[in-house]
Design a protein around this ligand. Structure first.
Ligand SMILES: [Zn+2]
Ligand SMILES: [Zn+2]
Length: 557
């Protein structure tokens, strides 16, 4: 290496993971050297469905104040990489760099922000180089579960840092855009100081496989289905959408996107040419009732059992446009995120009550992971052969496993196992965790109503100011009816005559919410909690302008 932290006078390299190490989601990495600092990704984490009142979780951003951050680099358009961008903008004094699709998926999140923010969006293409301060950023194409994803090689005065982003090695990419393995190898021969590598799937043996691998499974479903085909998946899985659309064309079915995320993303992807829908194939969700069920494919949100998403509503026949009958097939085409099993199980029970068939991974090959398994991670390490390796994107056990894999695949590499808030310093004395900075989570509520902004940023410390309402409800497991009058616990309210009068109305409101629900909704704790929460929040906003945290507790007796 001509350059390098060993050379006298070379500034030290500093890496601070703010999120994504020791947990899945909210990926964010600060890279600083000398007078230049950049941020790679700004993601969110989704709360488990039972953590009601919280829509998103982002990392504690306080460590960013220490640096003048000159650019925000986005590897791809998944929420765990771009969801927190609106919250980090005020710390970044410079461009927001991403590929065309990444920036297009980001743009709706910036709608509330002034036009000057949009002017900072800077489109990059793979193999392009961009100078930021004393860094040169270079983008490398990687394959993943969505198109237009990149890794970034950061040429710093101390040496080259390769951040893989999320990747797998899809050898037959659906869009014909293969991973740039050549360039990773070239950088490897040039000498890479540090590699930061995706650990999500390190516990899986072999290769993850191509996005194409689900084609056969879906073809069987299209061949045998006699009613509707309803597929729940992440609305960012654009390759999966393309496969379902192409099959619909082939089997003379119409495709409707159902649920906000699926509708929005399919529109963006079509506008940019990342999703091609043949003329006449797509219909609106509001037109679903005009077609016989055997002519329909619904691509919908809700694969994780999220109470506000499309599939859980469809499953209890409570969706405005879509419904289920016997003969229909419902496909869960997504990974079950740990923590969501119960919610997903409840949705499956509702679907079974409609008489529809349920297909999921394990019954048929209807999902393939977007993250590389052990052999792909070894390949990446062997190509890049970094001097130091920091496993990222995973819980601690995955990071540790990736460290063990690195020792086999690139024996000369030294591994630094770090967690969120560890400041990794790389200088003439090597690479080590030199310091700890504040790390943690901020809970955010309110994005569902479209209000993104600092005023709805509320972590637990602010609860006192906004108030907390905990309606405790005991319902019968069988009928879903109230067993007794709900108890209401509150914190942080100024108890004047007006608030007291408001609080007195709550038990009645909760009772009305429950009575107004269908039996299935009442006996599903996830759904009924969401209904109570929404009703009470509306009540407080309308009657008092307050926005308390509402956290219903439902006990089934
Ligand atoms: Zn991703
Ligand atoms: Zn990710």
């Amino acid at each position: 290496m001509e350059n390098g932290p060993d050379r006298a006078g070379t500034p030290a390299l500093e890496l601070i993971p703010l999120g994504g190490l020791g947990e899945f989601g909210m990926n964010m990495m600060l890279v600083a050297c000398g007078d230049t600092a950049i941020l790679v990704d700004a993601g969110v984490m989704f709360p488990e469905p039972d953590l009601l009142g919280v829509d998103l979780i982002i990392p504690d951003l306080r460590p960013l104040q220490r640096y003048r951050i000159q650019a925000l680099v986005l590897t791809h358009g998944h929420e765990d990489h771009i969801g927190a961008v609106p919250h980090v903008l005020r710390f970044v004094d410079g461009p927001i760099l991403g590929t065309k699709l990444t920036l297009a998926l980001l743009e709706p999140k910036l709608d509330e922000h002034a036009a000057d923010v949009k002017a900072r969006l800077t489109e990059v293409t793979p193999r392009e180089r961009v100078a930021i301060g004393s860094f040169t950023l270079e983008f490398l194409r990687v394959t993943h579960s969505m198109p237009d994803c990149v890794a970034v090689a950061i040429h710093t005065p101390a040496g080259i840092v390769v951040h893989t982003g999320d990747f797998k090695v899809d050898q037959t990419p659906l869009d014909g855009q293969p991973m740039d393995l050549h360039r990773f190898a070239e950088l490897g021969s040039q000498g890479v100081l540090v590699m930061l590598g995706d650990s999500t799937n390190v516990e899986r043996k072999g290769f993850s496989g191509s996005e194409r691998d689900v084609m056969d499974g879906f073809e069987e479903i299209y061949t045998s289905a006699r009613g509707r085909i309803v597929v729940a998946m992440f609305s960012s899985s654009l390759y999966r959408m393309q496969i379902l659309v192409d099959l619909a064309d082939q089997f003379d079915r119409k495709v409707a996107f159902v649920g906000r995320g699926a509708i929005e993303n399919s529109q963006i992807a079509q506008r940019l040419g990342f999703l091609r829908v043949p003329p006449g194939v797509q219909i609106r969700d509001s037109e679903l009732r005009e077609y016989p069920s055997q002519d329909i494919v619904c691509i919908c949100t809700g694969s994780q059992g999220e109470p506000q998403a499309a599939l859980p509503r469809i499953a209890i026949n409570d969706h405005r446009h879509a419904k289920l009958d016997p003969e229909d097939v419902v496909v869960f085409s997504a990974r079950e995120i740990p923590g969501n099993e119960k919610a997903i199980g409840r949705v499956m029970n509702h679907i079974a009550r409609r008489g529809a068939e349920i297909v999921y991974e394990g019954i048929k090959h209807v999902h393939v992971s977007g993250h590389g398994s052990e052999e792909e991670l070894k390949l990446m390490l062997a190509l890049v052969r970094p001097r130091y390796f920091v496993p990222i994107h995973g819980e601690y056990r995955q990071l540790a496993r990736h460290a063990a894999v690195a020792k086999m695949a690139s024996p000369g590499t030294k591994v630094v196992l770090a967690e969120n808030g560890d400041l990794i310093r790389v200088d003439g004395e090597g690479a080590r965790i030199a310091e700890k900075v504040p790390a943690g989570r901020i809970l955010i509520d309110g994005t569902r109503s479209g209000e993104v902004g600092d005023e709805v940023l509320r972590d637990r410390r602010h609860l006192a100011g906004d108030g907390l309402v905990v309606p405790v409800v005991a319902i019968s497991r069988q009928s879903g009816m109230l067993e007794e009058t709900p108890d209401v616990i509150t914190r942080g309210f100024v108890l004047d005559a007006r608030t007291e009068a408001l609080l007195k109305e709550i038990p009645g409101l909760v009772g009305a919410a429950i009575e107004g629900a269908s039996v299935e909704e009442r006996t599903d704790p996830g759904l009924i909690k969401e209904k109570i929460r929404v009703d009470l929040q509306r009540f407080f906003r309308k009657r008092s302008g307050l926005r308390p945290f509402v956290l219903p507790v439902v006990m089934e007796i």
